[in-house]
Write a protein that binds this ligand. Structure first.
Ligand code: SAH
Length: 238
Protein backbone atom coordinates (compact mmCIF):
# COMPACT_ATOMS: atom_id res chain seq x y z
CA UNK A 1 0.00 0.00 0.00
CA UNK A 2 1.60 3.27 -1.05
CA UNK A 3 0.60 6.76 -0.08
CA UNK A 4 -2.23 7.74 2.19
CA UNK A 5 -5.02 5.23 2.05
CA UNK A 6 -8.63 6.07 2.87
CA UNK A 7 -11.45 3.55 3.20
CA UNK A 8 -14.98 4.89 3.58
CA UNK A 9 -17.82 2.66 4.77
CA UNK A 10 -21.12 3.99 3.57
CA UNK A 11 -24.59 3.15 2.31
CA UNK A 12 -23.97 5.62 -0.54
CA UNK A 13 -20.63 4.72 -2.17
CA UNK A 14 -21.79 6.49 -5.33
CA UNK A 15 -21.30 9.80 -3.50
CA UNK A 16 -17.51 9.23 -3.67
CA UNK A 17 -15.11 10.58 -4.75
CA UNK A 18 -17.61 13.37 -5.55
CA UNK A 19 -15.96 16.69 -4.78
CA UNK A 20 -12.78 14.84 -3.78
CA UNK A 21 -12.37 13.85 -7.43
CA UNK A 22 -11.92 17.46 -8.55
CA UNK A 23 -9.28 20.16 -8.17
CA UNK A 24 -6.42 19.67 -5.69
CA UNK A 25 -7.69 16.47 -4.07
CA UNK A 26 -8.71 15.00 -7.43
CA UNK A 27 -5.31 15.62 -9.00
CA UNK A 28 -3.63 14.05 -5.99
CA UNK A 29 -5.96 11.07 -6.30
CA UNK A 30 -5.01 10.68 -9.98
CA UNK A 31 -1.33 10.92 -9.12
CA UNK A 32 -1.70 8.21 -6.51
CA UNK A 33 -0.65 10.47 -3.63
CA UNK A 34 -3.68 9.12 -1.86
CA UNK A 35 -6.08 6.28 -2.51
CA UNK A 36 -9.80 6.02 -1.86
CA UNK A 37 -11.79 2.85 -1.48
CA UNK A 38 -15.45 2.60 -0.54
CA UNK A 39 -17.21 -0.27 1.16
CA UNK A 40 -20.95 -0.70 0.73
CA UNK A 41 -22.27 -1.47 4.21
CA UNK A 42 -25.34 -3.13 2.71
CA UNK A 43 -23.17 -5.87 1.21
CA UNK A 44 -22.80 -7.19 4.76
CA UNK A 45 -26.50 -7.58 5.47
CA UNK A 46 -27.52 -11.21 5.68
CA UNK A 47 -31.30 -11.25 5.66
CA UNK A 48 -33.55 -11.50 2.67
CA UNK A 49 -34.31 -7.80 2.62
CA UNK A 50 -30.65 -6.84 3.04
CA UNK A 51 -31.63 -4.65 5.97
CA UNK A 52 -28.93 -2.62 7.66
CA UNK A 53 -31.02 -0.83 10.26
CA UNK A 54 -33.69 -1.51 12.84
CA UNK A 55 -35.86 0.38 15.30
CA UNK A 56 -34.20 1.80 18.43
CA UNK A 57 -34.31 -0.31 21.57
CA UNK A 58 -36.29 1.65 24.15
CA UNK A 59 -38.40 3.29 21.48
CA UNK A 60 -38.22 6.71 19.91
CA UNK A 61 -38.04 8.00 16.37
CA UNK A 62 -35.85 6.84 13.51
CA UNK A 63 -33.72 3.82 12.87
CA UNK A 64 -30.34 2.62 14.08
CA UNK A 65 -27.57 1.00 12.02
CA UNK A 66 -27.13 -2.57 13.21
CA UNK A 67 -23.98 -3.57 15.09
CA UNK A 68 -23.70 -6.97 13.37
CA UNK A 69 -23.89 -5.56 9.85
CA UNK A 70 -21.54 -2.64 10.55
CA UNK A 71 -19.18 -4.94 12.47
CA UNK A 72 -18.88 -7.29 9.49
CA UNK A 73 -18.33 -4.36 7.13
CA UNK A 74 -15.51 -3.07 9.36
CA UNK A 75 -13.96 -6.52 9.73
CA UNK A 76 -13.94 -6.99 5.95
CA UNK A 77 -11.20 -4.37 5.71
CA UNK A 78 -8.83 -6.52 7.74
CA UNK A 79 -6.62 -5.07 10.42
CA UNK A 80 -4.00 -2.45 9.78
CA UNK A 81 -2.72 0.52 11.75
CA UNK A 82 -5.04 3.11 10.26
CA UNK A 83 -7.30 4.90 12.77
CA UNK A 84 -10.95 3.84 12.57
CA UNK A 85 -13.18 6.87 12.70
CA UNK A 86 -16.92 7.21 13.03
CA UNK A 87 -18.33 10.47 11.73
CA UNK A 88 -20.57 11.64 14.56
CA UNK A 89 -21.91 14.93 15.96
CA UNK A 90 -20.93 13.64 19.42
CA UNK A 91 -17.34 13.18 18.37
CA UNK A 92 -14.06 14.85 19.02
CA UNK A 93 -14.15 18.16 17.16
CA UNK A 94 -12.14 18.11 13.94
CA UNK A 95 -9.38 20.70 14.31
CA UNK A 96 -6.41 21.60 12.15
CA UNK A 97 -4.14 19.90 14.70
CA UNK A 98 -6.11 16.66 14.44
CA UNK A 99 -6.10 16.98 10.64
CA UNK A 100 -2.31 17.35 10.70
CA UNK A 101 -1.94 14.23 12.87
CA UNK A 102 -4.12 12.24 10.48
CA UNK A 103 -2.16 13.50 7.45
CA UNK A 104 1.07 12.30 9.07
CA UNK A 105 -0.31 8.76 9.41
CA UNK A 106 -0.85 5.88 6.98
CA UNK A 107 -4.46 6.74 6.15
CA UNK A 108 -7.83 6.33 7.80
CA UNK A 109 -11.02 4.34 7.85
CA UNK A 110 -14.19 6.45 8.06
CA UNK A 111 -17.55 4.98 8.91
CA UNK A 112 -20.46 7.13 7.78
CA UNK A 113 -23.55 6.97 9.95
CA UNK A 114 -27.10 7.41 8.70
CA UNK A 115 -30.54 7.52 10.34
CA UNK A 116 -30.26 8.11 14.10
CA UNK A 117 -26.76 6.73 14.18
CA UNK A 118 -24.93 3.49 14.91
CA UNK A 119 -25.54 0.84 17.58
CA UNK A 120 -23.29 1.81 20.51
CA UNK A 121 -21.88 -1.72 20.86
CA UNK A 122 -20.03 -1.60 17.56
CA UNK A 123 -18.52 1.78 18.50
CA UNK A 124 -17.20 0.18 21.71
CA UNK A 125 -16.39 -3.23 20.25
CA UNK A 126 -14.35 -1.89 17.33
CA UNK A 127 -12.96 1.04 19.35
CA UNK A 128 -14.12 3.64 16.86
CA UNK A 129 -12.96 7.22 17.34
CA UNK A 130 -15.94 9.52 16.94
CA UNK A 131 -15.18 12.67 14.98
CA UNK A 132 -17.44 15.69 14.54
CA UNK A 133 -17.09 18.32 11.82
CA UNK A 134 -19.10 20.89 13.77
CA UNK A 135 -21.96 21.58 16.10
CA UNK A 136 -24.78 20.94 13.66
CA UNK A 137 -26.48 17.79 12.45
CA UNK A 138 -25.99 16.47 8.94
CA UNK A 139 -28.23 13.81 7.41
CA UNK A 140 -25.32 11.40 7.07
CA UNK A 141 -21.61 10.96 7.64
CA UNK A 142 -20.62 11.10 3.96
CA UNK A 143 -20.29 14.86 3.65
CA UNK A 144 -18.50 14.92 7.01
CA UNK A 145 -16.03 12.29 5.75
CA UNK A 146 -15.47 14.40 2.64
CA UNK A 147 -14.73 17.45 4.77
CA UNK A 148 -12.25 15.48 6.82
CA UNK A 149 -10.55 13.93 3.78
CA UNK A 150 -10.40 17.26 1.95
CA UNK A 151 -8.66 18.87 4.92
CA UNK A 152 -6.23 15.95 5.31
CA UNK A 153 -5.39 15.41 1.63
CA UNK A 154 -4.30 19.00 1.01
CA UNK A 155 -1.60 18.54 3.65
CA UNK A 156 -0.11 15.43 2.06
CA UNK A 157 3.33 15.82 0.51
CA UNK A 158 3.16 16.87 -3.11
CA UNK A 159 -0.45 18.07 -3.02
CA UNK A 160 -0.08 21.79 -2.48
CA UNK A 161 2.01 23.74 -4.96
CA UNK A 162 4.01 25.80 -2.53
CA UNK A 163 5.30 23.98 0.51
CA UNK A 164 4.84 27.08 2.62
CA UNK A 165 1.27 27.67 1.62
CA UNK A 166 0.06 25.67 4.61
CA UNK A 167 1.94 27.48 7.36
CA UNK A 168 0.43 30.91 7.70
CA UNK A 169 -3.17 29.97 7.29
CA UNK A 170 -6.04 30.30 9.70
CA UNK A 171 -5.57 28.01 12.74
CA UNK A 172 -1.99 27.06 11.88
CA UNK A 173 -0.68 29.95 13.95
CA UNK A 174 -3.53 30.00 16.45
CA UNK A 175 -4.87 33.13 14.77
CA UNK A 176 -7.24 33.63 11.87
CA UNK A 177 -5.68 34.75 8.63
CA UNK A 178 -5.15 38.37 7.56
CA UNK A 179 -7.02 39.73 4.51
CA UNK A 180 -5.77 39.11 0.98
CA UNK A 181 -5.76 41.45 -2.03
CA UNK A 182 -4.72 41.23 -5.65
CA UNK A 183 -4.91 43.39 -8.76
CA UNK A 184 -6.61 45.58 -9.83
CA UNK A 185 -5.16 48.28 -7.52
CA UNK A 186 -8.52 49.98 -7.32
CA UNK A 187 -11.86 48.22 -7.47
CA UNK A 188 -15.11 50.18 -7.04
CA UNK A 189 -13.07 52.97 -5.43
CA UNK A 190 -11.52 50.58 -2.93
CA UNK A 191 -7.73 50.56 -2.90
CA UNK A 192 -5.38 47.81 -1.84
CA UNK A 193 -3.95 48.94 1.53
CA UNK A 194 -0.86 51.01 0.75
CA UNK A 195 1.49 49.10 3.00
CA UNK A 196 1.05 45.96 0.86
CA UNK A 197 2.39 47.70 -2.22
CA UNK A 198 5.19 49.50 -0.32
CA UNK A 199 7.75 46.74 -0.75
CA UNK A 200 8.61 47.07 2.97
CA UNK A 201 8.48 43.42 4.03
CA UNK A 202 8.82 44.11 7.74
CA UNK A 203 5.98 46.61 7.64
CA UNK A 204 3.88 44.16 5.65
CA UNK A 205 4.49 41.37 8.20
CA UNK A 206 3.59 43.75 11.06
CA UNK A 207 0.40 44.87 9.30
CA UNK A 208 -0.66 41.29 8.58
CA UNK A 209 -0.01 40.19 12.13
CA UNK A 210 -1.98 43.13 13.53
CA UNK A 211 -4.88 42.30 11.20
CA UNK A 212 -4.78 38.64 12.20
CA UNK A 213 -4.96 39.62 15.85
CA UNK A 214 -7.78 42.10 15.32
CA UNK A 215 -9.86 39.68 13.25
CA UNK A 216 -9.37 36.84 15.74
CA UNK A 217 -10.22 39.05 18.74
CA UNK A 218 -13.30 40.32 16.97
CA UNK A 219 -14.68 37.10 15.49
CA UNK A 220 -13.41 34.30 17.68
CA UNK A 221 -13.00 35.28 21.33
CA UNK A 222 -12.40 31.58 22.11
CA UNK A 223 -9.34 31.39 19.84
CA UNK A 224 -8.18 34.79 21.00
CA UNK A 225 -8.22 33.81 24.68
CA UNK A 226 -6.23 30.66 23.90
CA UNK A 227 -3.72 32.63 21.87
CA UNK A 228 -3.34 35.27 24.58
CA UNK A 229 -2.87 32.62 27.24
CA UNK A 230 -0.18 30.92 25.18
CA UNK A 231 1.68 34.18 24.66
CA UNK A 232 1.17 35.84 28.04
CA UNK A 233 3.55 33.50 29.87
CA UNK A 234 6.42 34.74 27.72
CA UNK A 235 6.86 31.15 26.61
CA UNK A 236 7.57 30.44 22.99
CA UNK A 237 4.90 28.72 21.09
CA UNK A 238 5.09 27.46 17.58
N1 SAH B 1 -29.14 11.20 16.15
C1 SAH B 1 -27.82 11.73 15.98
C2 SAH B 1 -27.66 12.39 14.63
C3 SAH B 1 -27.64 11.43 13.49
S1 SAH B 1 -27.29 12.22 11.98
C4 SAH B 1 -27.55 12.72 17.08
O1 SAH B 1 -28.48 13.40 17.53
O2 SAH B 1 -26.39 12.86 17.49
C5 SAH B 1 -26.85 10.84 10.96
C6 SAH B 1 -25.37 10.62 10.75
O3 SAH B 1 -24.81 11.78 10.16
C7 SAH B 1 -24.55 10.39 12.00
O4 SAH B 1 -24.55 9.04 12.38
C8 SAH B 1 -23.16 10.83 11.55
O5 SAH B 1 -22.47 9.79 10.90
C9 SAH B 1 -23.46 11.93 10.56
N2 SAH B 1 -23.30 13.28 11.12
C10 SAH B 1 -24.30 14.15 11.39
N3 SAH B 1 -23.81 15.30 11.88
C11 SAH B 1 -22.47 15.17 11.93
C12 SAH B 1 -21.41 16.01 12.37
N4 SAH B 1 -21.65 17.22 12.85
N5 SAH B 1 -20.15 15.55 12.28
C13 SAH B 1 -19.90 14.30 11.80
N6 SAH B 1 -20.86 13.46 11.38
C14 SAH B 1 -22.14 13.88 11.44
Amino acid sequence: MTGFSATVLTLYPEMFPGPLGAALAGKALEKGIWGLETVQIRDFATDRHRSVDDTPAGGGPGMVLRADVVGRALDSIGSDDRPRLLMSPRGRPLTQGFVRDLAAGPGLVALCGRFEGVDERVIEGRELIEVSVGDYVLSGGEVAAMILLDAVVRLLDGVMGQRESGCEESFETGLLEYPHYTRPQVWEERRIPEVLTSGDHKAIARWRHAKSEAITRDRRPDLWRAWEAAHATGGTRK
